[in-house]
Write a protein that binds this ligand. Structure first.
Ligand code: DX5
Ligand code: ZN
Length: 218
């Protein structure tokens, strides 16, 4: 396996000090930014203006996870702003293939996310247009929830499709990832691990990132 990628989620960071909170995880691979609209999920967070400001204060790749309705309309702005990866939900996108093409044309990687209850099989044909698959291991909307191990079957399926050459994808997992759960996710074949509360509730978020990476690699 390759070096595991760790993507701290700033959802669990102090929103009044976002620049400092990102600098605290300088050894991370990506910074995960949770955009919520209070419609697709029952919570409201941050959007494009904040992402634009973050891009000015960090060189870390921004991994924008859009938990919003009608991403067909909004996702492109994040790509144009300079986000590294823009992930939309398959449950929300009207034309996910066109959306992926537009994101890539704007210079970003395109990500597709699936909620815990959404089967992967129905979307395998769509996935060939995407660079990342974000498997949700909690119901999207809030940090600090418990990991749902059932979703690892989808990770295994995606891993198999990648390893057999049928798909070229980074397999990413999001929700409930911590020192206790990361190993089973790694074993199932995850490439990139999002962790919010496990990183930002630690005394030293930077060390928490290193500890998670070590456990994922073991
Ligand atoms: C939840 C978000 C996650 C969240 C994960 O809807 O997509 O990125 O920040 O938080 P933890 O790691 O605490 O489960
Ligand atoms: Zn997320």
């Amino acid at each position: 396996a390759h070096r595991p990628l760790i993507a701290p989620s700033i959802l669990s960071a102090d929103f009044a000090r976002l620049g400092d909170e990102i600098h605290a995880v300088a050894g991370a691979d990506w910074v995960h930014v949770d955009v919520m609209d209070a419609h697709f999920v029952p919570n409201l967070t941050i959007g494009l203006p904040v992402v634009e400001s973050l891009l000015k204060v960090t060189d870390l790749p921004l991994d924008c996870h859009l938990m919003i309705e009608n991403p067909d309309r909004w996702a492109i702005g994040y790509a144009e702003a300079g986000a590294y990866n823009v992930t939309v939900h398959v449950e929300a996108a009207h034309d996910p293939v066109m959306l992926a093409k537009n994101l890539r044309a704007a210079g970003a990687r395109a990500g597709l996310s699936i909620k815990p209850g959404t089967p992967l099989e129905d979307h395998v044909e769509t996935l060939k247009h995407y660079d990342t698959l974000l498997v949700m291991s909690v119901e999207p909307g809030f940090g600090g929830q418990s990991f749902i191990p059932d979703v690892l079957d989808k990770v295994r399926t995606a891993r198999r499709l990648v390893d057999t050459g049928h798909l070229k994808l980074i397999v990413e997992i999001d929700g409930g990832i911590n020192a206790d759960t990361i190993e089973q996710a790694a074993e199932a074949g995850v490439d990139c691990f999002v962790a919010g509360s496990a990183v930002y509730s630690a005394d030293d978020p930077g060390k928490a990132v290193e500890a998670l990476r070590e456990r994922a690699a073991s």
